[in-house]
Unconditional design. Structure first.
Length: 53
């Protein structure tokens, strides 16, 4: 994973793939990693903009 964030992640690409599969969407491991990178980046951005001064 090309991570924008540092530290341990609680979500794995396999969990994301399983979730999408339940919704009827096929996702590759590489796409799941990209999806997680974006989610963690956005989460960190929101926290930094709203809670860290």
């Amino acid at each position: 994973m090309n991570s924008f964030t540092e530290g341990k992640r609680s979500l794995t690409p396999e969990i994301v793939i399983d979730h999408f599969k339940k919704q009827g969407v096929e996702l590759s491991v590489k796409d799941a990693e990209k999806y997680l990178d974006v989610l963690y980046f956005l989460a960190k951005l929101v926290v930094n903009q709203n809670f860290i001064k």
